[in-house]
Design a protein around this ligand. Structure first.
Ligand SMILES: [Cu+2]
Length: 185
């Protein structure tokens, strides 16, 4: 008798765990492979959309000449095909509502704004970013994966989160096109 109810309990916990895990597995997701201005691969961003925005897990290496803080934004075109020209094909910041740039700006931020990332002295970045101003399917904030897609762009300088139009972030040093890894409605 006891053994039977124990079995049921274990079965129940197992089923519950499966349901919770599969619910998370159904979240809209995407990935981005970063390249530098020489076209060399730097690493990956994994993007997962939750109920309140998107979480970006960033793992990069090979940026030893760039130690320090750097701006990172969501740009409006998923096109990193021009590394030699400084990734201008990625367009401007994701900003469908025409907000001012800057997380600290009274009339901001634009939907592409993030806090800065830090490149360590070995040229590595390991960071998690979150925004509720944008999402993969547009269910929270601006839609990233519209007709033109989206890209993450890293700049040469930190973002001061205030100055127009890009917080003094300077040239673009790395770019990653955002590609869906789940169905995006
Ligand atoms: Cu930017």
């Amino acid at each position: 008798m006891l053994r039977k109810s124990l079995f049921k309990l274990v079965l129940g916990i197992g089923l519950l765990t499966y349901m919770v895990v599969s619910a998370y597995a159904n979240n809209p997701s995407a990935t981005a492979e970063f390249i530098n201005t020489s076209g060399q691969t730097l690493g990956t961003a994994n993007v997962e959309q939750g109920p309140h925005g998107v979480l970006v897990r960033l793992h990069l290496e090979g940026l030893a000449d760039e130690a320090g803080f750097h701006a990172i934004h969501i740009h409006t075109h998923g096109d990193c095909s021009d590394p030699g020209e400084g990734f201008m094909a990625s367009g401007g910041h994701l900003n469908p509502d025409g907000m001012e740039h800057g997380l600290m700006r009274p009339s901001g931020p634009d939907a592409g704004d993030f806090p800065n990332i830090y490149v360590d002295e070995n040229g590595n970045v390991n960071a998690e970013l979150f925004t509720n101003y944008a999402s993969l399917d547009g269910s929270v904030g601006a839609r990233m994966l519209d007709d033109t897609g989206a890209a993450f762009v890293i700049h040469a300088n930190p973002d001061d989160h205030y100055t127009q139009p890009i917080g003094g972030a300077g040239p673009r040093i790395a770019c990653g096109e955002v590609h869906a890894t789940s169905e995006i409605r």
